[in-house]
Design a protein around this ligand. Structure first.
Ligand SMILES: [Zn+2]
Length: 1011
C-alpha cells in the first residue's frame, strides 16, 4: 500500500505532541538517523504508479498550481527535543528572520530599513525586544497598552546560529500562481484543448446590446409545447425532439406589448438535485457529493466545442448525507485497502471480478489486478461476488475507509483550535470581544476530539499578548511582547494546551477576557506580527486558526494601506487591482500555513475599509472561510456571530486533509476553483475542511475521440477525523459517453453549471473589469442557446420563439442573478469594495444548493398564514407559503413578507398591513416608530408571534450552515428598504441593470443574430 498524501514525515514519539516538524519535509532531509525515519511509511509493493496515485504526494513539492516549489522547510531539528518540547525557539527566530524575496523590506528585518512603527499611544520608545511575564490578574488590572512591560528578553544564547537557517527562505515561485483565482490551471496547460482553455475570456466581436429594446411578449400558454420524455440516452433521435420554448414577439393588437412575466421560468422550488444521474447508474454516489454540469460526456473535441457551457463537476466531499442515510465505514484491517495497482483507484461498485474471483478489473484504467487472499470471494453465476451484499464498498457510491498506518506520516493530529483576537478599542466597543469570548466558552464542551483537543489564544492591539495556560496554574498568565520587528514567542511550551487538562484555566481566561480590555483605548493593529506569532505556536501540530479582526492592520509586517475604493479606476484596466491582495505577505503566510496544516477562518467586523481582498487570501489558500460583519454592533448582530462561530467550532471537520479526483482515461481535470492550495497538478491541500465547503473543477478531453462507453469519477478525501482516525472518504460516479449534442443538453444540470460559472466569473473579476465578467456570463448563455437552437430551428418554425432544453430553463435567470450578485454587479456605487470581496470569497466555497438560494432567494407572503391558518405541526407552513417571483410586483402593501437568501431574513411590513399583526409581532404599536432598523423581533405570547417564530426556526434548521439574522423593514422606509430588499429583487430593473424581461429580450436577440 502506498501512503496517500504522506505529505509529512513525522517523528515516532508522538503521543499528542510530535517533536519534529509537521512540515512536508522530504524524509531524508528531515531525519538524520535511520531509526527516526518514517516509521509509518510502508515500502509497500506498489511502485511506478506515481503518475496517477497518491504516491505522487509522497515527497510533496507544494505548489499553487504553478511552478513547483522547492521542498518545504526541511530542517526542524528533532533529535535533541523531548516529546513535549514543542517550541524550540530557534525555529521561531529563524522564521521571523528568514529573508525571502516575497517579503517586503520590513519582513526581513534587515538593517537600513525604517524602524518598525511602535505603539503610537503616547508610549515612549520600547526597548526591543521586551517581554513581561506576570501573574494573570483578573479584572482590576488594565491590560491595555502595555507600556509597563519592562523585563528584558531572556538572552537568546541558547540558540544555535545554524538554526537561523532552519526555516528556509520562502519561494518566489509561488508568486505567479498566487495572483488571485485565475491562475489556478495546473500545469501543463499546453494540453488544454482550445475550447476549454479559454472558455471564459471576453470574445472579440461580442457587442453588448443597447439597453432597453423592443417590446416582447412572453406567453405562458406557449410554454413547453413540444416536450415529451425522451429516452435517456437519446437512442431515438429524430422521432420526438425535446425542448421548451417561450414566445418572444409582440402580441398583435397589444399596445403595451402584453408582457406576461408570469410565463417566465422561475426556480420556485429551489435547487432540484438531478435524478438522471442516479437513475442511469444506481450505484453512483448521491448527487449532493458530486454533480456533473452534464451527465452526458461528449465523445469528441468537436462535440465538446459545441457545448459552450462549462464541462466539469462540483464536489462537496463532506456534505451531510441524505436523510436516513449515512456513509458506511469500511475497515479492511490487516488486508489493507484494495486499490488499483496502477492508477490507485479505490475498489468501488464499478470494478468487475473475473477469473473465478481471483482478479479484478479497474474501472478507471482497465488494469487487471490480483485479488488479495484476504479479500477473495467466489463469484456467482452472473460473475458477481457472492459476498457483494455484505460489502458496502462494492454496492455503495460513497464509503469511508479506515486508513492503516501506511496512510500516516505521523500519528493523526488532535483537533486544534487557536484564536487570534483583536482587542483594540473598536473590538471592545463593538461588543465583538465579549460575544466571541462567551461563545467560545459556551462551545468548549462541544469542540470535537475530546479528550485530545488542543486550544490556545493570542490577543493583540499595538502589542501581542500571549497566555500561559499550563494546567498547573490556577489562572492564566499574560505575557506582552511589544517588539513587532523581531517576533518571538515567549514560553512556547504552554501557549497551546490540552483543553481537558487546562479547562479551568481556559474558562477563567475566557471569563476575564472582556473585562481585561474594557477600557482599552488602543486603536492600532499589529495584525501581521500577531499572525506570525500564531503561526509559530501552531506550526508543529497544525489546526484551525480563527482570526477576529476589527480594523485595518496598521503596525509591523503585513500592515496595509488605506487604499480603499476608488471611483476613478472603475472601467479602466486597473479596476481589478482593487480586488487583489496588496501585500505579498498574506499570500506567503497562506502558503506557510497550508504547509503546516493550518486552516484559517477569518472574521472581519469593521465598519471601515479593512482590505478584505488582502486578508481573505489567508482563508482562500488554506481551505478556509471569510465571515464579514460590516458595521458590527453587538446588540444587533450578536445572534448571528454567536451562531456562525458556534457552527464553525462544532461542525464536522476533516483535519490535515488532501483531496484528489480521479477520472477515466481520455478525460482530465484541468482547472480547480474554490479554497485550497494545489500541492501537485491534481492534489488539493486542505489543512482543515468542513461540511460546508464545495469545490468546482473543469474537465477537458485528452483525446480527440473517446472510445469508451462510460467515464468514471472518483473523489478521495484523505483526512484525520476529529476522533483521531485516519480516514479516506471516497465517492464514485459514472456517466455515459455520448455522441449527440442534444443529449448533452438534455442531461445538463443547471445547478452545477451555475456553480462553475459563478466561480469563473468571480475569478474573472480578479483580472478584468466587472463588466467583462458579466459579459462572459451572458455570452456563454447566448452561445449555448444558439447552438441548441441550431439543432432544431431547421425542423420547426421557430422564428418568434426562444427555445431551450428543459434542463436549462432556469439558466438565463440564474445568469442574470449572477450578474446582479454582489461580487460582480454594477460598479463603484453598487457595492462597497470589502463587501464585494467578502461576498466573492463566500460564493467560491458554497455548495450548489446554497449558492442557488443566494442567487435566487425565496420571497414568501406570511400574513395570511399567520392570521388564518390553524396552528398545526410546525412544518405545515410549507404547504401554505408559496415562493414568489423576486420582483416588487409581488409585494402587496397589505402584506407581510419574508425574504430568505440563506444568510439573512428580511421581513417586509407593508404600509397597510393590519395593525393587529404588527402589534402582535412587535409588542408595541409600531406606528409611532419611524423605522424598524433597531427592532429585534421579540418572542411574544400570542399565536401570530409564535407562528412566525416557528417559521423562522424551521427555516434556520433547514440550513444550519449560516445563521439568518432577521432584519425588519417597513415599506417606503428609505434608504433601508432599497438597500436591503429592492437591490436584491433581481427580476426588476435595478440601477442601470435591466430586469428579467429585458434580459430575456437581449439574450433572444443575440441568439438570433447569427443563428
Ligand atoms: Zn486503475
Amino acid at each position: 500500500m502506498q501512503p496517500m498524501g504522506n505529505e509529512r514525515p513525522g517523528p515516532p514519539n508522538f503521543p499528542g505532541r510530535p517533536a519534529s516538524s509537521p512540515f512536508g519535509a522530504a524524509p531524508q532531509t528531515t531525519m538524520p538517523s535511520p531509526q527516526t525515519t518514517m516509521p509509518f511509511l510502508s515500502s509497500g509493493p506498489v511502485v511506478g504508479s506515481d503518475a496517477f496515485g497518491y504516491r505522487a504526494a509522497a515527497a510533496p513539492p507544494v505548489r499553487f498550481n504553478g511552478p513547483s516549489m522547492s521542498s518545504p522547510p526541511a530542517s526542524y531539528p528533532s533529535s535533541n527535543l523531548g516529546a513535549y518540547q514543542r517550541f524550540p525557539s530557534p525555529n521561531y527566530l529563524s522564521t521571523a528572520q528568514s529573508p525571502g524575496p516575497l517579503r517586503g523590506p520590513a519582513y526581513t528585518g534587515q538593517p537600513g530599513l525604517p524602524p518598525p512603527t511602535l505603539p503610537s499611544m503616547g508610549q515612549q520608545p520600547v526597548l526591543a525586544p521586551t517581554v513581561a511575564a506576570r501573574p494573570f490578574q483578573i479584572p482590576p488590572v488594565p491590560m491595555g497598552p502595555p507600556t509597563q512591560n519592562v523585563n528584558p528578553t531572556p538572552p537568546r544564547g541558547n540558540i544555535p546560529p545554524s538554526a537561523e537557517s532552519s526555516f528556509p527562505a520562502l519561494r518566489p515561485v509561488l508568486q505567479s500562481s498566487l495572483h488571485g483565482y485565475p491562475s489556478r490551471q495546473p500545469i501543463p496547460v499546453a494540453h488544454v484543448p482550445p475550447p476549454q482553455a479559454s472558455p471564459f475570456h471576453p470574445q472579440q466581436g461580442f457587442v453588448p446590446p443597447p439597453p432597453g429594446g423592443t417590446p416582447v411578449s412572453l406567453n405562458s400558454r406557449e410554454h413547453v409545447p413540444y416536450t415529451s420524455a425522451g429516452p435517456p440516452l437519446g437512442a431515438l433521435q429524430g422521432l420526438v425532439e425535446e425542448f421548451s420554448s417561450l414566445t418572444v414577439g409582440s402580441v398583435p393588437g397589444s399596445i403595451d406589448a402584453g408582457i406576461d412575466s408570469q410565463a417566465l421560468p422561475r426556480p420556485l422550488d429551489g435547487d432540484v438535485e438531478p435524478s438522471s444521474f442516479v437513475e442511469m447508474y444506481p450505484l453512483n454516489c448521491h448527487p449532493r457529493y458530486l454533480r456533473l454540469t452534464t451527465s452526458a460526456i461528449p465523445n469528441s473535441q468537436s462535440l465538446l466545442s459545441r457545448w459552450h457551457l462549462p464541462l466539469g463537476v462540483v464536489v462537496h466531499p463532506l456534505a451531510e448525507p441524505p436523510e436516513g442515510e449515512e456513509v458506511p465505514i469500511v475497515n479492511f484491517g490487516p488486508a489493507g485497502i484494495i486499490r488499483c495497482r496502477r492508477c490507485r483507484t479505490y475498489v468501488n461498485p464499478y470494478v468487475t471480478f473475473t477469473d473465478g474471483g481471483r482478479k479484478w478489473r479497474c474501472n478507471i484504467c482497465a488494469l487487471l489486478n490480483d485479488v488479495p487472499g484476504d479479500y477473495f470471494s467466489l463469484l456467482d453465476a452472473s460473475g458477481r461476488r457472492c459476498d457483494a451484499d455484505q460489502r458496502p464498498e462494492l454496492t455503495k457510491g460513497s464509503v469511508e475507509f479506515v486508513a492503516p498506518t501506511e496512510y500516516m506520516v505521523r500519528p493523526p493530529m488532535p483537533p486544534l483550535y487557536f484564536f487570534l483576537i483583536d482587542v483594540s478599542s473598536s473590538a471592545v466597543r463593538s461588543g465583538m470581544l465579549e460575544i466571541v469570548a462567551k461563545t467560545i466558552k459556551s462551545c468548549l464542551d462541544e469542540l470535537p476530539g475530546f479528550p485530545r483537543t488542543q486550544i490556545g489564544f493570542i490577543t493583540f492591539d499595538s502589542t501581542l499578548h500571549f497566555y500561559n495556560m499550563k494546567s498547573s496554574l490556577t489562572q492564566p498568565q499574560m505575557m506582552v511582547v511589544s517588539d513587532l520587528d523581531d517576533i518571538f514567542v515567549p514560553l512556547p511550551d504552554d501557549l497551546l494546551v490540552n483543553l481537558s487538562e487546562s479547562r479551568s484555566v481556559v474558562d477563567t481566561f475566557l471569563d476575564s477576557l472582556p473585562s481585561m480590555f474594557q477600557d482599552n483605548v488602543n486603536i492600532e493593529s499589529a495584525f501581521g506580527p500577531a499572525l506570525k506569532a500564531a503561526f509559530m505556536v501552531m506550526s508543529r501540530l497544525g489546526g484551525k486558526l480563527l482570526i477576529f479582526q476589527t480594523t485595518l492592520p496598521s503596525l509591523g509586517i503585513g500592515r496595509l494601506k488605506l487604499r480603499g475604493d476608488d471611483l476613478r479606476v472603475y472601467g479602466t484596466d486597473k479596476e481589478h487591482m482593487l480586488r487583489l491582495p496588496e501585500e505579498p505577505f498574506y499570500k506567503q503566510m497562506a502558503a506557510d500555513l497550508t504547509k503546516c496544516q493550518i486552516g484559517v477562518n477569518l472574521y472581519v467586523f469593521s465598519d471601515k475599509y479593512s482590505d478584505i481582498a488582502s486578508l481573505g487570501t489567508l482563508a482562500k489558500y488554506t481551505g478556509g472561510q471569510v465571515y464579514y460583519y460590516p458595521s458590527f454592533q453587538g446588540d444587533v448582530h450578536k445572534e448571528k456571530l454567536r451562531h456562525d462561530l458556534a457552527r464553525d467550532l462544532t461542525r464536522e471537520t476533516a483535519w490535515e486533509a488532501v483531496m484528489r479526483i480521479r477520472c477515466g482515461k481520455g478525460v482530465r481535470f484541468t482547472t480547480y476553483h474554490g479554497h485550497f492550495m494545489l500541492r501537485s497538478t491534481d492534489l488539493l491541500a486542505l489543512p482543515a475542511v468542513d461540511s460546508d465547503k464545495a469545490f468546482a473543477l473543469q474537465l477537458s478531453l485528452e483525446e480527440t475521440l473517446l472510445t469508451t462507453q462510460t467515464v468514471y469519477f472518483q473523489v478521495a478525501l484523505l483526512y484525520t477525523s476529529s476522533s483521531g482516525e485516519r480516514r479516506i472518504r471516497v465517492h464514485t460516479a459514472a456517466a455515459p459517453v455520448v455522441a449527440d449534442l442534444g443529449e448533452m443538453y438534455r442531461q445538463a444540470d443547471t445547478g452545477a453549471i451555475v456553480s462553475v460559472l459563478s466561480r469563473l466569473a468571480i475569478e474573472k473579476t480578479l483580472s478584468h473589469k466587472l463588466e467583462d465578467a458579466r459579459h462572459t456570463v451572458q455570452l456563454r448563455i447566448v452561445k449555448a442557446l444558439r447552438e441548441y437552437r441550431n439543432l432544431y430551428a431547421v425542423q420547426h418554425r421557430l422564428s418568434g420563439r426562444m427555445i431551450y432544453p428543459e434542463s436549462l430553463k432556469f439558466l438565463p435567470l440564474y445568469g442574470l442573478a449572477l450578474c446582479k450578485s454582489i461580487p460582480i454587479r454594477g460598479g463603484y456605487a453598487d457595492a462597497q469594495l470589502d463587501e464585494r470581496c467578502a461576498a466573492g470569497f463566500n460564493m467560491m466555497v458554497l455548495p450548489v444548493k446554497r449558492l442557488l438560494k443566494l442567487l435566487y432567494p425565496s420571497l414568501m407572503r406570511l400574513d395570511e398564514y399567520l392570521v388564518r391558518a390553524p396552528v398545526a405541526d410546525a412544518d405545515d407552513f410549507r404547504n401554505f407559503l408559496k415562493r414568489l417571483p423576486l420582483t416588487a410586483g409581488s409585494l402587496d402593501p397589505k402584506g407581510l413578507y419574508i425574504y430568505d437568501d440563506g444568510f439573512r431574513f428580511i421581513i417586509w411590513f407593508g404600509k397597510m398591513l393590519s395593525l393587529d399583526i404588527t402589534a402582535n409581532l412587535l409588542g408595541v404599536d409600531s406606528s409611532g416608530y419611524p423605522e424598524l432598523s433597531k427592532f429585534i423581533l421579540p418572542e411574544l405570547d400570542n399565536g401570530v408571534s409564535r407562528k412566525l417564530m416557528g417559521i423562522l426556526k424551521r427555516l434556520r434548521e433547514s440550513d444550519p450552515s449560516s445563521y439568518q439574522l432577521c432584519h425588519l423593514v417597513r415599506q417606503a422606509e428609505q434608504p433601508r428598504e432599497g438597500l436591503l430588499l429592492f437591490a436584491n429583487l433581481i427580476e426588476d430593473q435595478i440601477g442601470g441593470a435591466g430586469g428579467y424581461i429585458d434580459w430575456i429580450q437581449q439574450i433572444h436577440r443575440q441568439v438570433q443574430q447569427s443563428a
